[in-house]
Ligand binder design. Structure first.
Ligand SMILES: [Zn+2]
Length: 200
């Protein structure tokens, strides 16, 4: 199985993950979760700090369309990073701005110029970056939540609620998402917030 590099470029208590096949310099990379709005400078600085400059990011993927996960999506697009959207996420994109205040400096995400694929198409797209894995629909925290699962067992789950912390979520939906992840081989969770942990 190919070796994978995983870097955390998060800030303000949110994790943003850069994933690439380990192939030396200039490996194509994917960024999972896309920064707080108005903080492009911060994200750029973090990417540079870990040796993964913006120019090497081939796609940005938001696990779901909440501002701490997708806030910089449009600014990343304007800087040359295509936005990878799973078809089932499209309707959630325009809804995100309901929660945004003018002082957030959010740049609204346009819908006509994204790379839209289905979960079933994700393995082939990732393979073109040298990354063995797939994107799965893992609702629970929100209906538009997806996870990136690598064949190594690493699962980038965004805000998928841990079963022990379910409150307003539907526990059956949350449980089904975790079951899907386990069935497909997830062993280690790289969450949107907090430390890397074993899959519950
Ligand atoms: Zn969220």
């Amino acid at each position: 199985m190919s070796q994978i590099d995983i870097l955390n470029v998060g800030y303000r208590s949110t994790n943003y993950w850069v994933i690439s096949a380990r192939g030396g310099a200039r490996s194509p990379r994917i960024l999972v979760d896309l920064g707080w709005p108005g903080e492009m400078g911060q994200l750029r600085a973090r990417l540079k700090q870990v040796g993964a400059p913006l120019e090497e990011i081939r796609y940005g993927l938001a696990t779901h369309y909440h501002i701490d996960h997708a806030g910089l999506a449009q600014e990343l697009k304007l800087a040359g990073v295509p936005l990878l959207v799973i078809d089932l996420q499209q309707s959630a994109i325009p809804l995100m701005k309901r929660w945004i205040k003018p002082q957030d400096r959010y740049v609204e995400i346009t819908l006509h110029d994204n790379v839209v694929i289905t979960c079933a198409e994700s393995r082939a797209l990732l393979a073109r970056l040298g990354i063995a894995g797939e994107i799965l629909h893992t609702p629970g925290h929100s209906d538009d939540s997806v996870s990136l699962l690598l064949d190594t067992g690493a699962a980038f789950t965004g805000d998928l609620t841990a079963p022990a912390f379910v409150s307003v979520e539907d526990p059956a939906v949350v449980a089904a998402s975790w079951q899907l992840l386990r069935e497909r081989g997830a062993t280690t969770v790289y969450p949107g917030h907090g430390p890397v942990r074993p899959t519950p």
